[in-house]
Design a binder for this molecule. Structure first.
Ligand SMILES: *Cc1c(COP(=O)(O)O)cnc(C)c1O
Length: 444
């Protein structure tokens, strides 16, 4: 692009910008050194582009964007509990395990080298009834590692009804390819029988993989073999059976049960060699991929060189320990995800009415609203919640102002209204939410 020399000459100098009220605010918020660095960066970008908005306010705005932290705490008023765009499950409290040092790889009885997988050997195995378990960074990593360890160079049989894409570009056929396996598709999108699997098995087959369809359902004329049938076939042919269960459903929590979901312990009982699931979906913990199953199968995953590249750090183990302990003791209210899910409707109504009273000029109302777990889990399941509704002059304008704050609020736009589902708002965020609505309404 030809440089417009008049434009370049007119660009303000850094010294001038620092004296400008907007620039002074910037220096006050971030410190003078940081502000100078960012203003130079913003000016350099304009010079490189050879044009743009060179007004002092605009340059300072670009500079501010260079300094703003990449992540912010967001108030989730969507009623989607496991919100993929907001980090999935809210994290539990790991006590003081996130500070200082921990006995990650030391055996305190001897002072010798320990193993970070004690957690998987103990709590995870107890919770799922598995012989052994392994923790990696996410479910995609668990499936990739298992396939690489067991099936590289061979064929893996998968039903055509399970060749799914799960948000964030986890595509079953591509994972198989990346792990060096050949995908052997069987059956059809809606119906696959045990006989289809049996016909596909040959001397190159290394195993059978079942994949939970996660975020979608095929309904109507459908068929898939029961786990026991598939396990019987796998045993008869001397093949391992792996299940990518994904959602991390372990069994009933409080009043919640999902009869259509197969819990991890049941999949193992029915004969799966390995089951893979996420730490940050229905388990309500940190991002992690959990592999549970037969001791020798888990040991083989752990011996594979790829494991070293996929193992998580101690913060994952600390948060996972708190998560698993809450499930084992049935104290689900210790997990923010389940505390939200189990909050009584009356409690949400009371909080909604209290917030509405603080903004009498805006005529906020509390209404019944369906909420969901989200995160690709239980896609057809909704349960009752309560939302605050607000009818601003411009719903999209107010929506944008709520997102543009230092503590952004993600609301729902529904026709001419904004909805704030209170189930996913932490009780201690109620004041923040009221303040944000007040601000977005122009401080009535
Ligand atoms: C969510 C999910 C995954 C991906 O899990 P990550 O932990 O995000 O890698 C894989 N398979 C299934 C069936 C899932 O539900």
């Amino acid at each position: 692009m030809p440089k417009d020399s008049a434009f370049l000459r007119k660009l303000p100098a850094v010294g001038f910008l620092l004296e400008h009220p907007a620039g002074r605010d910037l220096a006050e918020a971030f410190g003078r050194g940081e502000a100078v660095w960012a203003l130079r960066g913003a000016l350099d970008a304009l010079r490189a582009a050879g044009g743009g908005d060179g007004a002092p306010e605009a340059v300072v705005r670009s500079a501010r964007r260079l300094l703003a932290p990449p992540f912010k705490r967001v108030v989730n008023a969507t009623g989607v509990l496991i919100h993929t765009h907001l980090g999935r499950s809210p994290l539990p409290d790991a006590g003081d395990l996130l500070e200082g040092y921990v006995d990650l790889e030391i055996d305190l009885a001897t002072g010798g080298r320990g193993d970070r997988n004690r957690l998987s050997e103990g709590l995870l195995a107890r919770l799922t009834g598995a012989e052994a378990a392994l923790v990696v960074n996410n479910t995609a990593a668990a499936v990739t590692l298992a396939l690489a360890a067991f099936a590289r160079g061979g064929e893996v049989v998968v039903s055509r009804g399970e060749l799914v894409e799960i948000g964030g570009s986890f595509r079953v056929p591509e994972i198989l390819e990346q792990s060096g396996c050949v995908l052997r598709e069987v059956g059809t999108t809606n119906r696959t029988r045990t006989a289809d699997y049996a016909e596909a098995v040959n001397e190159r087959t290394r195993g059978i993989l079942r994949v939970h369809p996660s975020n979608f359902r095929v309904v109507g004329f459908t068929q898939a073999p029961a786990m026991e049938e598939l396990a019987a076939l796998a045993r008869e042919r001397g093949l391992p059976l792996w299940v990518d269960q994904g959602c991390g459903w372990i069994g009933p929590v409080g009043g919640f049960d999902f009869p259509e979901e197969e819990p991890v312990p049941r999949l193992l009982e029915a004969g799966a060699d390995l089951v893979f699931f996420s730490g940050d979906k229905l388990l309500g913990g940190p991002q992690a991929g959990l592999a549970v199953g037969r001791a020798e199968a888990v040991a083989r995953m752990r011996r594979h060189p790829l494991y070293r590249a996929l193992r998580p750090g101690r913060e994952t183990f600390a948060l996972l320990q708190a998560t698993l302990a809450a499930h084992l003791s049935g104290r689900w209210e210790r997990l923010p995800l389940w505390r939200m899910a189990l909050t009584p409707l009356e409690e949400l109504r009371r909080r909604g009415r209290a917030s509405a009273r603080k903004l009498p000029g805006l005529a906020l109302e509390t209404v019944d609203h369906p909420c969901r777990f989200g995160g690709g889990t239980t896609p057809l399941y909704e349960f009752p919640s309560v939302a605050l509704t607000w009818t601003p002059r411009s719903p999209s304008g107010a929506f944008g102002r709520l997102l543009g704050r230092d503590r952004p609020v993600l609301a729902i736009i529904h026709e001419d209204r904004l909805l704030f589902d209170l189930r996913t708002v932490l009780p201690r965020e109620d004041g923040e939410l009221v303040g944000a609505i007040r601000e977005a309404a122009g401080n009535p």
